[in-house]
Design a protein around this ligand. Structure first.
Ligand SMILES: O=C(O)C1=C[C@@H](OP(=O)(O)O)[C@@H](O)[C@H](O)C1
Ligand SMILES: C=C(OP(=O)(O)O)C(=O)O
Length: 434
């Protein structure tokens, strides 16, 4: 029987300050680059969520010494050329980022490995990565169709490619760039719509020469990286749940400290502003090539808007909570060009539509998005997380706006990206009378 967690019905006002957990994309990449580089890397503000812990575990199996104390991680790597042959499978769990980026790294390594994942990950497309990697000469084998996990990767010498991306995906771009770091010649990736650029920024920070501009990124093979100290900013995709809640609930105002503000990730800020939330950004800083700032989000009278095109990769993981927000906005919200949502941890278009409908939302799924008419009152109900952390958190935020209690099935998946989510939710709701 599935576990059911009750989120109690509470007075819906959010107030206070929040330091959200470290950015998931940056945490993965810091461990990856720290393990590729020879020597010591220190990571502060690491996301201790399940996905990033899988990445640590994989490099430990490859012979990299990694110590973690909470959110501080120390890496001492013999360098990629000296990784050891692991005994068992490299298990990526639920993490698409781990699986796809590791394929790019392992393809040009000296080890032979089998990469596997949980049921959800074993059904997510890997051919988007294996196709360009095979063009580079990689030896990747699978028993299944469409290059699904598990995949056997026999590390080999790779050749550079010039690749035009058919989907806007930072995971695909990153896998190719990591493979390009170990390939003969200069690898170039061209993307029509720019996806998050943490890999390019962090490769540069670790000492590699990377050229970006005009939708093209190039890296020459054979470059050596040096270990670095990385300070991970807060994850804007995690903050987005409480930003949406503050925007939606009258009287709410929440201050988010040190949130990552990389322009390839700030679509949620653009959307909240356009919908009518009040937003202030101060204390902008830059650490290891990644900007961050203090962001205050306060309630405003929300309007429906159209979200599509180049904005989509800049807020792809925020779309479930944006759909919820749209149920409370005046007018119609159209989310389009977001077919990628169908191949995430679950089909997020179908799952979001089902769960919001259960609560009385006026929402319709389209092949590449959702159409939502608002505002509609939301009742409570038994909501499924589908084992998808973003769905679980969307359901918990929905509970703040419902007239009845919300029960979330299998909320433990929230640990994938936000281990202290319920503590933070309680903290912000406790401050409401101050
Ligand atoms: O590169 C990354 O760290 C990520 C890229 C995105 O996936 P795609 O590259 O598949 O769009 C995003 O959805 C995921 O949560 C993290
Ligand atoms: C899609 C996500 O992650 P991944 O692809 O790494 O599983 C996510 O965090 O929403």
């Amino acid at each position: 029987m599935s576990e059911i967690r009750k989120v109690e019905f509470i007075k819906p006002v959010l107030k206070g300050e929040l330091v959200v957990p470290g950015d998931k994309s940056i945490s993965h990449r810091a461990v990856m680059l720290g393990s590729i580089a020879e020597g010591k890397t220190l990571i502060k503000g690491f996301l201790d969520g399940e996905d990033c812990l899988r990445t640590i575990e994989i490099f430990t199996q490859l012979g990299v010494s990694i110590q973690r104390s909470g959110t501080v991680v120390t890496i001492d790597s013999p360098g990629m050329q000296n990784w050891i042959q692991p005994t068992g499978d490299l298990y990526a769990g639920n993490s698409g980022t781990t699986a796809r980026l590791m394929l790019g790294i392992l393809a040009g390594s000296k080890v032979t490995t089998v990469l596997s994942g949980d049921e959800s990950l074993s059904n997510r497309p890997m051919d988007r990565v294996t196709i360009p990697l095979k063009e580079m000469g990689s030896k990747i084998q699978t028993d299944k169709q469409a290059s699904l996990l598990p995949l056997k990767v026999i590390g080999t010498t790779l050749n550079a490619i010039d690749y035009i991306m058919p989907v806007a995906s930072a995971q695909v771009k990153s896998a190719i760039l990591f493979a390009g770091l170990n390939a003969q010649g200069t690898t170039t990736v061209t993307e029509e719509t720019v996806s998050r650029d943490h890999t390019e920024r962090m490769l540069t920070y670790f000492g590699a020469e990377v050229h970006s501009g005009g939708g093209r990124v190039s890296i020459a093979g054979g470059q050596t990286l040096r270990g670095m100290e990385v300070h991970v900013p807060g994850d804007i995709s995690s903050a987005a749940f409480f930003m949406a809640a503050a925007a939606m609930l009258e009287g709410s105002s929440v201050e988010f400290k040190r949130v990552g503000l990389n322009p390839t990730r700030t679509g949620i800020i653009d959307v909240l502003r356009e919908m009518g939330a009040q937003i202030e950004i101060t204390n902008t800083t830059d650490e290891n090539g990644e900007p961050s700032a203090t962001i205050v989000v306060a309630h405003g009278n929300l309007q429906g808007i159209t979200i599509g095109g180049e904005l989509i990769p800049r807020l792809i993981d925020e779309l479930p909570v944006i759909a919820l927000l749209a149920t409370q906005a005046m007018g119609t919200t159209i989310i389009k060009d977001a077919e990628e949502l169908r191949v995430k941890e679950t089909d997020r278009i179908a799952a979001v539509t089902n769960e919001l409908k259960k609560m009385g939302a006026d929402i319709e799924a389209t092949p590449d998005g959702m159409i939502i008419h608002g505002p509609t009152p939301l009742t409570g109900g038994v909501l499924s997380s589908y084992g998808d952390h973003r769905l679980g958190m969307m359901a918990a935020i929905a509970a703040l706006a419902t007239t009845g209690a919300v029960h979330i099935e299998d909320p433990s998946c929230i640990n994938i990206s936000y281990p202290h989510f319920f503590e933070d939710l309680n903290k912000l709701t406790k401050n409401q009378d101050k």
